[in-house]
Design a protein around this ligand. Structure first.
Ligand SMILES: [Zn+2]
Length: 212
């Protein structure tokens, strides 16, 4: 599997590109900003983008999506419970003192259990409310890899003080949807460095109550 993880935009959201080495088909997660850099990496690997997936509807994860959809024609996925969050993108921009990004139509609702494909790669949608009502993770069984969005970070969890956030539900989501995937699961968060579920069970303060 081809994998690119790189921070984009002023809030350093991790944009992720996953590609099938044989078919050169790809899935892009959270194209938050820096469209030139995203397109450069896609071109470097000669990839055709089949899907664009938002882990949730916050501004730092979606900013370059309109340009990426125009460049690739790929459909955009977002969990329905975050449609209201995403529809308030101009208000999110105002809070942060940023220019609002161009709005993009959502093509496919990413529902819990749905499988999104790029070539031979399969990405299972895990609905994990808490950071926002429609936050999702993506599980790639063949790679034992989890895209955790802003639900789980290395030794931290996502903030739950934004509209629609829920400090109890984010822990339930982590316990029920992430931890059963196994300690050796590689976790690629929406911000910051990669980790594993085993490391988080041992060192993440927020998870101690869940695992003891
Ligand atoms: Zn967020």
């Amino acid at each position: 599997m081809i994998r690119e993880v790189f921070p984009v935009g002023p809030l350093a959201c991790n944009c992720l590109i996953f590609g099938d080495e044989t078919t050169r088909e790809a899935l892009v997660v959270d194209p938050g900003d820096d469209i030139e850099e995203i397109l450069r990496r896609i071109a470097t690997h000669a990839l055709t983008v089949r899907s664009i997936v938002f882990t949730h509807g916050h501004i730092d994860h979606v900013g370059a999506a309109a340009a990426l959809k125009k460049a690739t024609g790929a459909p955009v996925y977002l969990n329905e419970h975050d449609y209201p969050t995403y529809s308030r993108i101009e208000m999110q921009a105002m809070w942060l003192g940023m220019d609002p990004p161009e709005f993009v139509d959502i093509d496919v609702p990413a529902r819990d259990g749905d499988v999104v494909r790029a070539g031979g790669l399969e990405f299972t949608v895990l609905h994990t409310p808490g950071h926002s009502p429609g936050s999702i993770g993506l599980w790639i069984p063949s790679q034992k890899t989890l895209v955790s969005g802003d639900t789980l970070f290395r030794e931290s969890i996502g903030r739950t003080d934004l509209p629609g956030g829920d400090p109890r539900r984010i822990l339930v989501s982590i316990r029920e949807k992430f931890l059963p995937l196994g300690d050796d699961t590689l976790v690629l968060p929406g911000h910051g460095p990669a980790t594993t579920l085993g490391h988080e069970k041992r060192h993440n303060y927020f998870l101690q109550r869940l695992t003891s």
